[in-house]
Design a binder for this molecule. Structure first.
Ligand SMILES: Nc1ncnc2c1ncn2[C@@H]1O[C@H](COP(=O)(O)OP(=O)(O)O)[C@@H](O)[C@H]1O
Ligand SMILES: [Mg+2]
Length: 235
């Protein structure tokens, strides 16, 4: 496909946009993979913050943190979501993986309807790994994930799904599914080489329909969010 006709949106992270030659293709469903503490939630909030600043309507679905905690986390990075929530530009919704029936209902009927009515431009689901706890049947998990991807794609919202990785493989999600259904996969890694400090690094593994960098680049989490050093080298 001609690179020129793919419309891209900013992730809110300058260095990552650069790695993607401008940003994420509009309407894509992409996954951010990483272990705990690599900054998946931070990246997702930064993505939403970029969205509201550019006038997008955003939905943040959390399976981990409560709404209040998310607002507090945002504030710790200097992103005050509250006025945008009050204006109806952002909706933050906590789903409880413990209450499987209610959550499945929400995902199957309330959510698609809500997304349609709300007219979301950007959606985050943090995290799909917890979503998978709703079922222990692999087939059901696969179907649910697929349904979810199809649903958000139909609504043309650009969607970020965060996912935990398998302990023994930093580039494969715990469920091993989401990277196949997603249009894009971005991996956050946490490395500690001998005698050196911990270094976090980011890589775009997959992004359908665009040319992107495959280089591994270092990043840090500051009180302004993720900062990717595109000029830097890893170790
Ligand atoms: N306000 C902040 N300023 C700087 N670093 C922060 C701030 N808040 C969190 N962090 C860093 O980000 C990490 C958490 O990132 P998070 O996005 O929650 O990761 P994940 O969702 O992958 O578990 C913390 O462990 C801390 O190192
Ligand atoms: Mg998180």
């Amino acid at each position: 496909m001609d690179e020129e006709i793919v419309e891209k949106i900013s992730t809110g992270i300058e260095g990552l946009d650069e790695m993607l030659n401008g940003g994420v293709p509009k309407g894509h469903v992409f996954t951010v993979l990483g272990t705990f503490g690599t900054g998946k939630t931070t990246l997702a909030l930064q993505y939403i913050w970029e969205g509201v600043k550019s006038g997008d309507k955003c939905i943040f679905i959390s399976l981990e943190e409560e709404k209040d905690e998310i607002i507090r986390t945002g504030r710790s990075y200097g992103w005050d979501f509250e006025p945008y929530i009050n204006e109806g530009k952002i909706v933050i919704e906590k789903l409880s993986p413990a209450d499987a029936d209610a959550t499945i209902n929400k995902l199957k009927s309330d959510l698609p309807e809500f997304i349609k009515d709300f007219g979301a431009d950007r959606i985050v689901i943090d995290s799909v790994s917890l979503l998978n706890m709703l079922s222990d049947k692999p087939r059901e998990k696969r179907e649910r994930l697929f349904e979810l991807s199809q649903m958000v794609k139909q609504e043309k919202a650009t969607t970020l799904l965060t996912a935990e990785v398998k302990d023994d493989n930093p580039t494969s999600s715990r469920d091993g599914l989401v990277e196949y259904t997603a249009d894009g996969v971005i991996v956050l890694r946490y490395d500690q080489s001998h005698n050196k400090e911990v270094q976090m690094s980011i890589q775009v593994i997959k992004m359908r329909r665009i040319e992107h960098s495959r280089k591994i680049k270092p990043y840090e989490i500051t009180n302004r969010g993720l900062n990717v050093q595109t000029a830097g080298e890893v170790f």
